[in-house]
Design a binder for this molecule. Sequence first.
Ligand code: ATP
Ligand code: CA
Ligand code: CA
Length: 416
Amino acid sequence: AKKPGQTISKGHKNYDLMLNLQLGIRYSVGKHGSVASVLQQSDFDPKEKFWTRFPPEGSKTTPPHQSPEFRWKDYCPAVFRHLRELFQIDPADYMLAICGNDALRELSSPGKSGSCFYLTHDDRFIIKTAKKSEVKVLTRMLLSYYRHVSQYPDSLVTRFFGVHCVKPIGGLKTRFIVMGNLFYSEYRIHRRFDLKGSSHGRRTDKPEGEIDENTTLKDLDLNFVFRLQRDWFQEFIKQINRDCEFLEAERIMDYSLLVGVHFRNGNNCEKMGLSPFLLRSGKTGSFQNEKFMRGCRFLEAELQNMDRLSAGRKPLIRLGANMPARAERISRRSDYDQYMTQGRVAHWTPSRSRGSCEVVLYFGIIDILQDYDITKKIEHAYKSLQVDPVSISAVDPKHYSKRFRDFIGRIFIEER
Ligand code: ATP
Ligand code: CA
Ligand code: CA
């Protein structure tokens, strides 16, 4: 299959920038062979300056290179070294993936924020350009993030491996955040959903025919629920709650649950009316593969089709249960309406023989660097004038987290 994104080769507008990033990371990772045993308080201080000059002719500590001079900054490098170790990222693998001869690929900007995304050749790492405010949020919460992911190895929050800045002489700063690709796996991801639990604007703008594996689908595009084995379900919900508590305490909002779906069994999926191209590309294999399981968060699940919604692209959540004000606008009585007004899918017992499909899910909580600052407050006030305030994504962190968890509680259900 053709890999998504555009390879960054000579002549690409960001060629120099990527070269600088690669030089910088090779320098940073190579500089500290072994991890110091204990982190100090000062290691978390973003004011500690780690700027390095990279003149083209090289210096005592930096190699010669082919681009104009630039400066390189590492944010809290000792902390990220520890984090990489915690997440079992081998330094040599890390360096090779990002700085090896294989070019990075630029993804055609998947988000609305204007950030650029780069994928390493081996698909393991994603590098996202970040705003100054996002780097601030990350460094501000770094200590509690570190504690959280140390305490909960199964945490679903994005794994961060490094934060850097490149500044060409006379040019602008570009900040980068290196993180894990949630969809790094040997199984093909057939559908991806970016879910927030809000409904305003939460539908892909692509026409049905153009939707493929690389399309990021949203809340209103989801027309099935995920049925999980009981103990997995409970583990999953427990971890979602812990992670949301953490994010709420850090006053974070606007994050999403990113879900990647791998369909295991073509036949059933076809019965469910899923597009045939999915079925052709399905791979099968053993799930007991040790190597594959390590560092990967996935669950086997069953997709449960929403009964009459199987035909067409009707949304699972048109109205959230937390939006009772709008519920009376539904005129049609159906299982679907009942489901919506009850608000909890646990009470909804569809017959299991009707369209279900085995899947493997990959997921994590992404885009966690937006705090509830003044711009969001204004966005909320402004949008509330136009639409139902609970349906928009910019609500305060407490509400955000509640709505997010409520939503997850409706789309994931427990095997009984
Ligand atoms: P916005 O703020 O408009 O939502 P953004 O530019 O901040 O967008 P993100 O929400 O971080 O971007 O990511 C956009 C998309 O990129 C996601 O919906 C997802 O498809 C993909 N993506 C982001 N992070 C990861 C990750 N760690 N693993 C896999 N895919 C990712
Ligand atoms: Ca986002
Ligand atoms: Ca964002």
